[in-house]
Design a protein around this ligand. Sequence first.
Ligand code: HEC
Ligand code: HEC
Length: 354
Amino acid sequence: MHLEPMILKLLRQLIGLVGFLVLFAAFLLVYIRYFTQPAIWWTEYLAEASSPAESSDLLTGKMIEPNFWSAPDVNSVADEIEKAQLLFGKELVAHTAQYFGPNGSIEANKTNGLNCQNCHLDAGRKIFGNNYSRVAATYPKLRARSGQVEDVYKRINDCFERSLNGQALAVDSEEMQAMAAYIQFLGKDVPKGEKPAGSGFKDLAFLNRPLDPIHGEAVYVEKCLSCHQLDGQGLKDPNGVFTYPPLWGPLSYNEGAGLYRMSNFAKYVKWNMPLGINYDDPELTDEEAWDVAAWVNTQVRPGKDLSQDWPDIAKKPYDHPFGPYADGFSEAQHKFGPFGPIKAKLEALATGTN
Ligand code: HEC
Ligand code: HEC
C-alpha cells in the first residue's frame, strides 16, 4: 500500500524529466538551425548523400539517374504533314545506306554505306551515344574547325562528307529538310544555348602515357573482331547493307571525321561498345578504350583535303593529328598523347597565362 504513492511520485518526476529533455533538445535544434554555421564535414556529407550521380536506390542498388534528357516522341505530333516529314527524317538517319549508300534508292554512291545511326545511336536518341539533343539549342554556332558560323545543314553535310566519306546534300532537298527537321525536333525542349545532361559523349580520363596500338590490337581481337571482322571491314547482309559497320578501309569514315580523333573514338567505344553497352555499365577499361582507338585509327582509311580546316591553328584540339600547331608539341604526341600536357598548354595559351 505504501509503494503506490512512491511509484506515482517517481512517475511524475520521470515525466517532468522527459518533458524537460524534449524541450531542451528542441531548443538546441532551433539554436543550431538558426544561429550556427553547419560544420564543413556535415555539409559535405549531405551534399554527397544527395548528389544525384553518387546516390543509389537503397532497395534495388541501382544508380539513380540525374535528370537526363529524353527524346520527345515523333508520334505525338498532331500535324500529319509535320509528323510525316519527321518520320522520314528519322528513317534517313536510321537507314541512310538504303537511300544514299552504294545501292541507294534515292541517289546511289552518295556515301560509303554507313548509317548516321551507326554513330548517333538509336536514331540520335541514346544517352551518351552521340545523340542530337543539343543541336537545336546550339546551332547555328561558330565552329573553330571551319572558322565559320555553321547552321544545322552545314553540320549535317559535314558528316556526309567526312563520316560517310561522301557528298553533301542540297540544302533545299526534301531529304536534307527532313533530317534537319527531325534532328531539331529531338532538341526542341532544350533551352537555347544549353547542352542537356547525357548529350554528346561521356568524358573519359586521359592516360598519362602514349596510347599503345599493339595493346589495342589485342583488345580488338578479343572484343571487337567477332562483329567488325578480322580485316575491320564489317559484315554486310544479303542486300548489301552493313549489319556490322566497317572500322577502317575504303568504306569507313575518312581522316577528317570526328571519330578519327582519338578522344572521340575512345569515348564512343568506352560508353557504347561492344554493342549493347551503356554509359552506366561499361565493359572496357579506360586503357582498353584508348588503346583500341589507337589501333583502329592507325589502319588505312580514306584521306580528305583538310587544308581549309582550323584556319586558326591555335584552336586545333589537343588530339588533332595534323600539324602545324601553335603549342609546340609534335604530331606524334597530338596523335597518341599523353594529352594532358597539350591540353594544359592550350588552355594556358587561350587565357594568356603562358
Ligand atoms: C562514323 C561516325 C559518324 C557517322 C556515320 C555520322 N556522324 Fe555525325 N558526328 C559524329 C561525331 C564523332 C560527331 C561529333 C564530332 C565532334 O564533336 O567533334 C558528330 C556530330 C554530328 C552533329 C553535331 C552534333 C552536336 O551535338 O553538335 C550532327 C548534327 C551530325 N553529326 C549529324 C549526322 C548525320 C545527319 C549523319 C548521317 C548523314 C551523321 N552525323 C553520321 C560521327 C558520325
Ligand atoms: C556484337 C557486335 C559488336 C561488337 C562485339 C562490337 N561492335 Fe562496334 N558496332 C556494332 C554495330 C551493330 C554498330 C552500329 C550500331 C548501330 O547502328 O546501332 C557498331 C558501331 C561501331 C562504331 C561506329 C560506326 C563505325 O563503323 O565507325 C565503332 C567506332 C565501333 N562500333 C567500335 C567497336 C569497337 C572498338 C569494338 C570492340 C571494343 C566494338 N565496336 C565491338 C557491333 C559490334
